[in-house]
Write a protein that binds this ligand. Structure first.
Ligand SMILES: N[C@@H](CCC(=O)N[C@@H](CS)C(=O)NCC(=O)O)C(=O)O
Length: 292
């Protein structure tokens, strides 16, 4: 192993400009709004404020799945929050999510608006509101919630741990990369073993557990995250995860949901804002550029 970087922590940590590395412009050690900025509101009861990162995609996939099932009440406006520009620190956004992270949902269908933040809470809220993708009770519900919460606890080791130190940190620290590569491979093995015995994570049915886990671990096992990480982690070995990934990726609602609030990749896959089901046909960036 290479020598660890020399650093002796001082008695009291201080915030130095730039010590957030690549994310220095948006990371800071205090919460709350930095500017007054109201959020836009569209015509549908559900207002989503998001970006198509893995955490954002969970919610747009869920909404498109609900619409595909025929739940017209799941029609939504999806507004773009550009986190690298600091949109998450506007006063309106902080009012919907005091944690200043996408995704955030406002349900305006009742007498009083209901705010929901944290992607897992949003999935459960929508599943309960529409009675879909979450088993009603007993062991099936417990299994589904267990995998859903597994994702919430595990993905920070993948994104904030492995992804950060492998791809984003200003220097490659062997100890940190080893530590998190080991954990991420362990997580992939957890999923692979579960998916060897079960078609979907919670059992024979596709549920919010799959909707939450897929954007992170489906992308990882396809080698789509963090540069060359697919080869580094030898993701092709996780055959059951690959089988599950392909089944989910083939769903029409998943393909639609992935495009919403996306600002990178092929222009035909980028629907910056979604206010109507027809926007997929007329408002992706390729169509916008062609002057539709
Ligand atoms: N546990 C949260 C994580 C949300 C999250 O980390 N969102 C990121 C994008 S994937 C974000 O908004 N980052 C902006 C920031 O940290 O300022 C959830 O599942 O909703």
């Amino acid at each position: 192993m290479t020598e660890p970087l020399e650093y002796t922590p001082p008695d009291v940590w201080t915030w130095k400009p730039g010590n957030g590395g690549r994310f220095a412009s948006i990371n800071r050690p205090i919460a709350g709004a930095t500017q007054e900025k109201e959020l836009p509101v569209g015509r549908h009861p559900l207002q989503l404020y998001s970006l198509a990162t893995p955490n954002g995609v969970k919610v747009t996939v869920m909404l498109e799945e609900l619409l595909a099932l025929g739940h017209a009440g799941a029609e939504y406006d999806a507004w773009l929050i550009r986190i690298s520009d600091g949109d998450q620190f506007g006063s309106g956004f902080v009012g919907v999510n005091p944690n200043s992270k996408i995704p955030a949902l406002l349900d305006r269908s009742g007498a009083q608006p209901v705010r929901v933040f944290e992607s897992g809470a949003i999935l459960v809220y929508l599943a309960e509101k529409f009675g879909a993708f979450l088993p009603k009770g007993g062991a099936a519900r417990a299994e589904c919630l267990s995998w859903l919460f597994w994702q919430m606890g595990s993905a920070p080791y993948l994104g904030g741990g492995f992804g950060h130190f492998y791809a984003y940190a200003p220097s490659k620290i062997e100890y940190a990369i080893d530590r998190f590569a080991m954990e991420v491979k362990r997580q992939l093995d957890v999923l692979d073993r579960r998916l060897a015995e079960s078609e979907y994570l919670a059992g024979p049915e596709y549920t919010v557990a799959d909707i939450a886990v897929w954007p992170w671990y489906g992308a990882l096992v396809k080698g789509l995250l963090y540069g060359e990480s697919g080869r580094f982690l030898q993701v092709q070995d996780y055959k059951n995860v690959l089988r599950w990934d392909e089944t989910i990726a083939a769903r029409v609602a998943v393909q639609r949901g992935q495009k919403v609030n996306r600002i990178s990749g092929p222009p035909s896959d980028q629907l910056h804002e979604r206010h109507d089901a027809g926007d997929f046909d007329t408002k992706t960036q390729d169509k916008v550029a062609a002057g539709h």
